[in-house]
Design a protein around this ligand. Structure first.
Ligand code: DI6
Ligand code: FE
Length: 402
């Protein structure tokens, strides 16, 4: 197996108990077969690694490669016109109820084939990769027929073969009720969401099952039926919960041991407690908060106080978060939600890994983890959250270094 040692690096290991950021000023990382065998201060590098090929980072900062754990990267068309309408005063819910919003993206997505979806998603994926992202979650949810949902998931899987990036997919047929099932949400669940989930599972196209629990989408009772099926198939669940109102979605998700509950602006104390008990990660999406000019921030102090892990993601989607910069999402999480820069960085590394069920594989610089590192031309990790519209990535190292 190939061996290599990375030296002359400042390391933000993001391991717990390592002090602030798990920072090591004069660090080294020993890598064997694409996995970290040892990480620490250079002076302590075990003798067996002397004479092994070195990569000198010239004193730059290395962090775990970034993880965007919530995106709708694959979709047809755009919603620039809806952006204009919102600026003229229409609300996100009004537009959705009038058949625009998510459903206008459904029309555009249904008109595209798998190849067109892949081609249109690549620039967004490349923008993320250019900022140090090596793992990205991609949801379906704009097809809303069995075939169109599977088409989206196949496009997402293809993206993972076209670029050096790990793609985790989520089956999100329970995103909106399509026009052909208007006022028949339960029939849509029975005839499309549940059999489509089985088909996605059979074809190994879904790594998790997601839903949108909201008055303009699905009730907790309806989501419970979706999650029961996911559980029967052995698929982990997650949920868009408490984004526009409090329906108790996070509590429902936690009762199914969800990997994450996402958005959470209207989360209450009961939801926080349920998430803590279940180990469900809170995925905060400041791009949607910003785009919708939401004024109620998620209960960060309560989440932090309860010890609920907090992740940050772009929610990259054409309607509520046309954002393909994870660095900007980190900045927004600090400025809009008052996360610390260390929490923001943990939110796109360690906690994002946990939100995808990948905590054993990626997310920190520690022995046993994959050697997936982002190297930055900055001195201190707080700079990653601090600057706006500036990308200091020097290099992305993936498992292929050794
Ligand atoms: N919440 C969101 O922010 C995205 N989906 C969801 O359930 C937005 C989807 C869209 O507006 O296209
Ligand atoms: Fe979303």
């Amino acid at each position: 197996m190939k061996r290599v040692v990375i030296t002359e690096a400042r390391l933000a290991t993001m391991t717990r108990g390592g002090g602030s950021y798990g920072l090591l000023d004069d660090g080294a990382i020993a890598i064997e077969g694409g996995r970290i065998a040892w990480a620490g201060t250079r002076a302590d590098l075990p003798g067996e690694w002397s004479g092994v090929e070195r990569i000198n980072l010239g004193g730059r900062l290395a962090t775990p490669a970034l993880i965007d754990c919530h995106t709708h990267l694959v979709h047809g068309g755009d919603r620039a016109r809806e952006f204009e309408l919102r600026l003229q005063g229409a609300s996100y819910e009004e537009i959705a109820r009038a058949g625009g919003g998510i459903l206008s993206t459904v029309t555009a997505t249904r008109h595209m084939d798998e190849e067109q979806l892949v081609v249109s998603a690549l620039p967004r994926l490349d923008a993320l990769i250019a900022e140090g992202v090596a793992t990205v979650e991609i949801k379906s949810g704009y097809g809303l027929t069995i075939e169109d949902e599977l088409k989206m998931l196949r496009a997402a899987r293809r993206l993972g073969t076209l670029r050096n990036v790990r793609v985790k997919t989520s089956y999100l047929a329970a995103h909106a009720v399509p026009p052909e099932y208007k006022d028949r949400a339960d029939a849509y669940i029975d005839e499309v969401v549940l059999p489509g989930m089985e088909a996605a599972y059979e074809a190994d196209l879904a790594d998790a099952v997601d839903g949108f629990c909201e008055s303009i989408a699905f009730s907790p009772g309806q989501m419970e039926r979706v999650f029961a099926k996911a559980q029967a198939l052995g698929l982990p669940v997650k949920l868009h919960a408490e984004q526009l109102s409090n329906l108790g979605g996070a509590k429902l998700a936690a009762s199914f041991s969800a990997l994450s509950a996402d958005h959470l602006e209207y989360l209450d104390q009961e939801g926080v407690a349920a998430m803590k008990t279940a180990g469900t990660v809170a995925v905060l999406l400041p791009g949607a908060f910003y785009t919708l000019r939401e004024t109620q921030a998620p209960p960060v102090a309560e989440l932090r106080g309860a010890g609920v892990p907090i992740a940050i993601a772009t929610d990259c989607n054409p309607g509520s978060s046309p954002l393909s910069s994870l660095l900007l999402a980190m900045n927004m999480a600090c400025t809009l939600f008052r996360l610390t820069p260390e929490e923001a960085l943990a939110g796109v590394t360690r906690e994002a890994a946990r939100a995808l069920g990948l905590a054993d594989e990626i997310g920190t610089i520690a022995p046993g983890k994959r050697a997936e590192l982002a190297v930055w031309d900055v001195e201190h990790p707080a700079e990653l959250s601090y600057r706006i519209g500036f990308n200091p990535l020097y290099r992305l190292f993936l498992g292929d270094v050794a």
